[in-house]
Design a protein around this ligand. Structure first.
Ligand code: GLU
Length: 261
């Protein structure tokens, strides 16, 4: 008898929770929230030219910001309906999960570890890890950093890969790429290890540094979302925009305008 009562209770619970339905609507749907709000809130970097930075008028600019505007146009019909929130590599996930932003477009690579806690769009760009040194540096490869000091930015993929690839390197961490670059110039370490695109952006107007030619990883950049059913429709919509803007050549044009094609 008790068994019967328990099974009925369990069935009622399933129905109430909607767990019995296959194509269940999530309680929260981020795409609906954004369309009702009429504004897309995106976390972008401000320290990683040419992906996320402030232009001379103080506006958010770069490839990531441009992609955010295209997504706003695709979802809300206007590239003006986007609000940018500055993020860093270290605080971007926190800002996503605290609800400060709807998504992150911030030179963020898809990695298996991150996929455990985040959902990603399809990739919209591929970078590779590289090493930036002072022009007169004897360092020629990543391995040469053994016994030396290297700079990383907290929360970036190089923080992890550097420890694995060069076990005897002294790691010096900074919160932003602006601080990291200043530290290299001030001689606080022998190199910065990060994505080639970011390092190229840092070194563009400075001939006291050089980017070493070898690449040590593939960094597929993608838009990042909170993991779960709430993001499903939003990811579909974003992938749709990425596909359309790839096919019509807009993404390529933006990349070319920033010299990253
Ligand atoms: N793409 C790398 C990452 O996702 C490095 C860029 C960054 O620091 O954001 O960690």
């Amino acid at each position: 008898m008790l068994k019967k009562i328990l099974s009925v209770c369990f069935l009622i619970m399933l129905v109430c929770c909607g767990c019995g339905k296959k194509d269940e609507e999530p309680l929260v749907n981020d795409l609906n929230i954004i369309t009702n709000r009429g504004e897309l809130v995106v976390g972008v970097k401000t320290d990683t030219y040419p992906f996320g930075f402030y232009d001379e008028k103080g506006h958010f600019a770069g490839y990531d910001a441009a992609l955010a505007r295209l997504i706003a146009r695709g979802i809300l019909g206007s590239d003006k309906k986007v609000k940018f929130v500055p993020v860093t590599a270290a605080d971007r996930m926190m800002k996503l999960y605290s609800g400060d932003v709807d998504m992150i477009i911030a030179t963020m690579s898809i990695t298996p570890k991150r996929q455990e806690i985040l959902d990603f769009s399809n990739s919209y760009y591929t970078a590779g890890q590289a090493v930036l040194v002072k022009k007169d540096s004897p360092v020629k490869t990543l391995r040469d950093l053994n016994g030396k000091r290297a700079i990383i930015v907290f929360g970036s993929t190089s923080e992890r890969s550097l420890r694995t690839a060069v076990p005897n390197v002294g790691i010096v961490g900074y919160k932003t790429y602006t601080e990291a670059f200043k530290a290299l110039k001030d001689g606080k370490a022998d190199a910065i290890v990060s994505d080639d695109t970011i390092l190229l952006g840092l070194s563009l107007k400075d001939d006291s540094v050089k980017l070493l030619p070898k690449r040590y990883s593939k960094e597929p950049y993608a838009v990042a979302f909170r993991k779960g059913a709430e993001s499903k429709d939003l990811i579909k919509a974003v992938n749709n925009v990425i596909e359309i803007e790839t096919r019509n050549g807009n993404l390529k044009k933006i990349q070319e305008s920033y010299g990253i094609k």
